[in-house]
Write a protein that binds this ligand. Structure first.
Ligand SMILES: [Zn+2]
Length: 245
């Protein structure tokens, strides 16, 4: 059994980015823990005012819990970093709760945002996760996988940052309906086009499976990349759910 930690910015990112992978890990008996750092919603106002948005924040938390139950993850933690204002937070203040989650759950595999995203919170969390999961001698983290979020990652302009070039693919055909049901739990957050429809599609750069089944792409980096043998062993540990090119 593997222990997996998913670290996302906003409620619904975890489903859009790797909801299929969460369901698949859960089906095969892995323990999946989800940490969502930003509150959502409050960026719709000129000034952050959680009190004014209490009903929406409560609805988002309820939706996140519903999606969590559908996907079968073991735990869900919601934090209240300011929505789309995480560039106003010290990086260390973002790193610390991630370090605590890693210490609590001791994951071997972490999913989080790709660095080249348009969204500032996504980029900030990528930076914080890579920092928190740095390869210290006592770290059990073997693999980091970076997902895209439709209608965010691909909206970054060419040349502004690292492009999302996936080299890790997870076949979610068997649990696609489960992912879509989890997306439906976020109905208040989800626009019918393009986000939900894109979530149903194979990505244009995804390697087609022999059966042409829908897949989710991931760019990945291995924290043991200085050691080919260790890197190989960590790839093997997830080989039964993934294919590489
Ligand atoms: Zn987001």
């Amino acid at each position: 059994m593997n222990t997996v930690l998913v670290i996302a910015a906003h409620p619904d990112d975890e489903v859009l980015g790797c909801g299929g992978a969460i369901a698949r890990h859960s089906h095969q008996g892995d323990a999946v823990h989800v940490l969502i750092l930003a509150e959502g919603v409050t960026s719709r106002d000129g000034q952050r005012d959680r009190t004014q948005r209490t009903p929406e924040l409560s609805a988002l938390a309820t939706a996140a819990e519903a999606a969590h139950r559908i996907l079968g993850s073991q735990s869900l933690t919601l934090q209240d970093f300011p929505d789309n204002r995480m560039d106003s937070c010290a990086l260390l203040d973002i790193v610390k709760p991630i370090e605590r989650a890693i210490a609590t759950h001791n994951p071997t595999l972490i999913y989080t945002h790709h660095s080249g995203d348009l969204n500032i919170d996504h980029r900030r969390i990528h930076e914080a996760v890579v920092t928190a999961a740095r390869p210290l001698p006592d770290s059990g983290v073997q693999t980091l996988l970076f997902f895209e979020v439709p209608s965010s990652t691909e909206w970054q302009v060419p040349g502004a940052s690292s492009p999302f070039v996936p080299n890790w693919f997870i076949d979610i055909a068997a649990i696609l309906e489960q992912k879509l049901a989890a997306l439906d739990a976020y109905a208040s957050e989800m626009s019918p086009f393009p986000i939900r429809d894109r979530a149903k599609q194979s990505q244009p750069f995804a390697e087609p499976a022999p059966e042409c089944r829908p897949q989710r792409p991931f760019a990945w980096v291995d924290t043991d990349f200085f050691s080919p043998s260790a890197a190989q062993s960590s790839r093997i540990s997830t080989q039964n759910i993934s294919t590489q090119r």
